[in-house]
Design a protein around this ligand. Structure first.
Ligand code: IMP
Ligand code: MG
Length: 184
């Protein structure tokens, strides 16, 4: 059956196969870089849950996972600049090698705030891994270690990414039709 969300997607940007391949490459880099260590992967909810699930299954090192939820967007497509911790980590991170897993790095508002907050808890290290990066949108500098794909300023959905909490279940990443969010 045709996916009912599909009518709102202008075009597919990254197919399931492209995502699978890129995620495997990132996991291999992480395996190399953290050899001999036991990284703690911190998924930033909700957008990164699909990426996190795929990434963690391609990592062969012993690792642990934790989850954090922040909100910086309402139902629109631009950052409000305000970051709120909706759910904090369950475990202490002092002395640990923390790898933050994000869906997309846009203005950098969310991540610059979050990385500072984690750094203050004295982990051994903190690195950032994002599936998508929109460098042209950056207003706050963020130190990025692993990036899946760099993209232009499109609003994208699927593979965990939402518009107004929907489209997260699309198995690929697609460009949303501007008409859906009141664009031209
Ligand atoms: P930043 O604080 O502006 O970097 O925003 C990061 C967050 O904005 C991401 O974690 C996403 O939740 C959301 N976001 C930014 N761009 C997009 C997009 O194209 N599609 C869906 N969500 C996005
Ligand atoms: Mg989000």
């Amino acid at each position: 059956m045709e996916h009912m969300l599909e009518k709102d997607v202008e075009r597919v940007l990254f197919s399931e196969e492209e995502l699978r391949q890129r995620v495997a490459e990132i996991a291999a880099e992480i395996d190399r870089d953290y050899a001999g260590k036991e990284p703690l992967l911190v998924s930033v909810l909700r957008g990164s849950f699909v990426f996190m699930a795929d990434l963690v299954r391609q990592i062969h090192l012993p690792c642990t996972v934790d989850f954090m939820a922040v909100s910086s967007y309402g139902s629109g497509t631009t950052s409000s600049g305000q970051v709120k911790i909706v759910k904090d980590l369950s475990e202490q991170i002092e002395g640990k090698d923390v790898l933050v897993v994000e869906d997309i790095l846009d203005s950098g508002n969310t991540l610059s705030y979050l990385l500072q907050l984690l750094q203050a808890r004295r982990p051994a290290s903190v690195r950032l891994c994002t599936l998508l990066d929109k460098p042209s949108r950056r207003t706050k500098p963020v130190d990025l270690h692993y990036a899946g794909f760099s993209i232009p300023d499109y609003f994208v959905v699927g593979y965990g990414l939402d518009y107004d909490e929907k489209y997260r279940n699309l198995p690929y990443i697609g460009v949303l039709k501007p008409s859906v969010y009141g664009g031209e």
